[in-house]
Design a protein around this ligand. Structure first.
Ligand SMILES: [Zn+2]
Ligand SMILES: [Zn+2]
Length: 230
C-alpha cells in the first residue's frame, strides 16, 4: 500500500497584507484545502513603509495588525475548516528576499532588521531562534549568501516568475552546500499557484517545530508542478 503523504505550502501572499497578491486569505485557505493540502504558511511581504514611522508600542501594534491581517484571517478560516495555518514573513534586505521561519508577532517590532548586513542578520536569527531561508535564490538580482542562511528554496514554482526562478542554479547550490536546508514553495500570489509547490511529508505538519524537524530529517519531497498557463 502506498503511504499517505501530507502536503504543505510554505510560501503564500494574501491580498489583505501584500499589495502584489490577487487572492484573499479566505480564498487561498479554501483553494489549498480543496487541493489536498494539510498546512499552509502565510508569508506576507514586510513593507518598510508600513513600519517606517513606528516609534511607540501603539504604532507598532497598528502596523503589525496590518502586516498580519492576511495571516489572522487565514488562521481563523483555517481553524474553521480544518487547515493548519502557520506564520512566516518574506523580507527584502540588501537586494535579497528572505523567508523567516519560527517568528511570532514580536518579530515585527524590530525594524532595524531591515538595515542589517547578511552576517548580522544571520547572527540575529541564530540568537532569536529563527531560521533564515533565501527565497527564490537566483531570481532577478538575488544572490544567495550561502554562509549566512540556514537554507533556501530549492524549487520555487511561482506563476508570476515561472521562467525567472532559475531552479537549476539552486540545484547546483544544494550540491556545493549540502549542509543547507532546502524547501519548496509556490510563492503564491494567484490562483494558478495553488497546488504547484510546497513539500510532501509522511506526517502532517502542525507546527513550525514539525516543519523544522522534518526539513532537518530530509524525510520529505518537494512538490514541483507547472502552474496552469505556463
Ligand atoms: Zn509579492
Ligand atoms: Zn514571496
Amino acid at each position: 500500500m502506498e503511504k499517505k503523504m501530507y502536503k504543505t505550502e510554505t510560501h503564500i501572499h494574501c491580498s489583505e497584507s501584500s499589495n502584489c497578491s490577487r487572492v484573499s486569505a479566505v480564498e487561498f485557505v479554501h483553494r489549498f484545502k480543496d487541493a489536498g493540502y494539510t498546512t499552509i504558511f502565510i508569508t506576507d511581504h514586510y513593507y518598510r513603509k508600513r513600519f517606517k514611522d513606528c516609534e511607540t508600542e501603539e504604532d507598532y501594534k497598528a502596523a503589525t495588525a496590518e502586516q498580519l491581517a492576511g495571516y489572522h484571517t487565514a488562521k481563523a478560516e483555517g481553524d474553521k475548516i480544518g487547515l493548519n495555518v502557520l506564520l512566516g514573513c518574506e523580507f527584502h534586505i540588501n537586494d535579497d528576499d528572505y523567508l523567516f521561519i519560527g517568528i511570532d508577532e514580536s518579530f515585527f517590532y524590530h525594524k532595524e532588521i531591515g538595515d542589517m548586513t547578511p552576517e548580522e542578520l544571520f547572527d540575529y536569527c541564530n540568537a532569536n531562534g529563527y531560521l533564515l531561508f533565501a527565497a527564490h535564490p537566483f531570481r532577478d538580482d538575488c544572490t544567495p549568501k550561502a554562509h549566512a542562511v540556514h537554507g533556501f528554496e530549492l524549487i520555487n514554482t511561482s506563476y508570476n516568475h515561472y521562467d525567472q526562478n532559475n531552479n537549476d542554479k539552486a540545484l547546483e547550490l544544494s550540491k556545493t552546500h549540502p549542509h543547507l536546508l532546502t524547501t519548496g514553495g509556490a510563492d503564491a500570489h494567484t490562483l494558478n499557484d495553488v497546488g504547484t509547490g510546497g513539500i510532501m511529508t509522511e506526517e502532517p505538519i502542525t507546527s513550525i517545530a514539525d516543519y523544522i524537524r522534518i526539513l532537518r530529517s530530509g524525510n520529505y519531497e518537494i512538490i514541483n508542478n507547472k502552474p496552469e498557463g505556463r
